[in-house]
Ligand binder design. Structure first.
Ligand SMILES: N[C@@H](CCC(=O)N[C@@H](CS)C(=O)NCC(=O)O)C(=O)O
Length: 123
């Protein structure tokens, strides 16, 4: 039964991911210098995610629109990133944004909080 539920979940997630790619629209345009600065800043960020999770898709969509090449780390079963998320973030819930600043690391959960953070910082 669990296998069937997971299969349906992944199929639905895959479908949403496909629709997302088709309907994403355009990325935010910056001057080459501004884009370079943003790209340098995004090096200290990483998104822990599942490919087919609707909340992750929503977050990736916002990242795409803001033109943010944030490193994506798949936290699926058996992955080292899953262990890392649990150990350092405190729970396996995606999406989670790992933010490194001045040698400190913050783990930001909740898609709406992550999107708000990215919009405040990069829009
Ligand atoms: N309110 C959260 C919901 C996130 C959520 O439910 N994520 C699911 C995946 S779609 C999760 O991490 N579940 C834990 C698991 O699958 O182990 C958000 O908006 O980010």
């Amino acid at each position: 039964m669990k296998i069937i539920i997971n299969l349906i979940r992944n199929l639905l997630g895959g479908l949403i991911a496909l629709v997302d790619v088709i309907t994403r629209g355009t990325k935010l345009k910056r001057t080459p210098e501004a884009q370079k600065r943003v790209e340098d800043e995004t090096k200290s960020l990483a998104l822990y995610q599942f490919f087919a999770c609707p909340f992750c898709i929503k977050t990736r969509r916002a990242m795409y629109k803001l033109n943010l090449p944030i490193n994506k780390r798949n936290a699926s079963q058996g992955s080292v990133y899953r262990d890392e998320l649990l150990a350092a973030g405190g729970k396996v819930q995606t999406p989670c944004l790992r933010i490194e600043k001045d040698g400190q690391v913050e783990w930001l959960y909740e898609s709406s909080e992550i999107i708000k953070y990215l919009q405040n910082r990069f829009a």
